[in-house]
Design a protein around this ligand. Structure first.
Ligand SMILES: Cc1ncc(COP(=O)(O)O)c(C=O)c1O
Length: 352
């Protein structure tokens, strides 16, 4: 049985959260002399520490109540706080799969937590037989599942994720940074079935607000209470809250932009298949495509010379490059460069 109290760090369990001036008084007053603010200017007041307006709006479009939502300074904060809430430094462990998003590793190291990284199989899926051996370890507190996975682009099978959620007695974090681009449903509607589930989403990808740094965690309210206890009091600036609210007010535009990206992805996938240098185009549920090429290091450098920056993932998946879907113009530029480079490499080969 999952027992939240048993897996929270004792010091966090006992922690009394900082109570800010704006936490104590709710409502609208005429005179604010409580927070040592400056009476002049337009950005002189502290922002809402609980980001109520965003949570209210999200609860209308997602399958979650306001008290099941945490707003973070990017999903990187959602990840980092999970380590701080659940993992005793130097003692506990977390687990993820490789290749995946690099911040799980960095965040684990910052928090002095051992991260177990299990290799995905050749279809980039989770090997549950290997995983099962680790699930009984009492010091294993967190499992990160990035689905759709960065950099491979695929989602994991629902039955695998459900198997982990029901077998593991610690916290399972599903990182759904790219879920808006996928035809698969979010796991948010499974919150009622799994008390150990945290879903991480972000405004940085499909919502087009990477510079705003807003991520979201969805979980049952007792987990969200812990997040609220540990976060810095005013973790989301007023400007950033406003940017998110503006986006949430225009869902039609969100859909239009997302569909343009998905269309561009389909075009790019087809075009890449015909490029000589490209050996394999991996299917993608995200806004990027992983391709295998003849020589990733060389191709990456040649593209940089043309001022086109892709992500060389050779160190994670042999000879693979990850390409983000850009605008039509950007994608055309990439394709022109790839075709030219294919011709050049053909010429070199023929002259040998
Ligand atoms: C899987 C995954 N999770 C989280 C993030 C970070 O998101 P944020 O910008 O919300 O911190 C990224 C960014 O690339 C990502 O690929």
């Amino acid at each position: 049985m999952f027992n939240l109290e048993k897996i929270v760090r004792p010091n966090i369990q006992q922690l009394k959260a900082y109570s800010s001036a704006r936490d104590e008084f709710k409502g609208v007053a005429e005179v604010y002399l409580d927070a040592n603010e400056n009476p002049f200017g337009i950005l002189n007041r502290y922002p809402d520490p609980q980001q109520i307006a965003i949570k209210k709006r999200l609860s209308e479009i997602k399958d979650a109540n306001e008290n099941q939502i945490f707003i973070g300074n990017g999903s990187d904060e959602v990840i980092d706080l999970a380590f701080r809430i659940f993992c005793n430094p130097g003692k506990d462990k977390a687990l993820t799969f490789t290749p995946s998003y690099g911040m799980y590793n960095v965040s684990a190291a910052i928090n002095d937590i051992e991260l177990i990284e299990l290799a995905l199989n050749k279809d980039f899926q989770i090997n549950t037989d290997v995983l099962e051996r680790y699930l009984e370890d009492e010091n294993l507190k967190l499992i990160f599942i990035c689905s759709p996975n960065n950099p491979t682009g695929n989602c994991f099978k629902n039955e695998t994720i459900e198997f982990i959620l029901s077998k593991f007695k610690g916290i399972v974090i599903i990182d759904e940074a790219y879920i808006d681009f996928s035809t698969k449903e979010s796991f948010i509607n499974q919150l009622k079935n799994y008390p150990n589930l945290i879903i991480s989403q972000t405004f940085s990808k499909a919502w087009g607000l990477a510079s705003v740094r807003v991520g979201v965690a969805y979980a049952n309210s007792d987990i969200i209470d812990l997040y609220n206890k540990v976060k810095p009091p005013y973790n989301i600036s007023a400007l950033n809250q406003e940017a998110v609210l503006n986006k949430l007010d225009n869902l039609a535009q969100f859909e239009i932009e997302k569909n343009i990206i998905l269309n561009e992805k389909e075009k790019l996938e087809k075009q890449l298949e015909d490029v000589e240098l490209v050996k394999k185009v991996y299917p993608s549920d995200a806004n990027f495509i992983l391709i295998e090429v003849t020589n990733a290091n060389e191709l990456y450098t040649k593209l940089v010379e043309q001022k086109i920056i892709t992500r060389n993932r050779n160190s994670l998946v042999n000879n693979c490059i990850r390409i983000t879907i850009g605008s039509e113009k950007e994608n055309k530029k990439l394709m022109t460069a790839l075709k030219e480079l294919s011709v050049t490499s053909d010429k070199v080969e023929n002259s040998l």
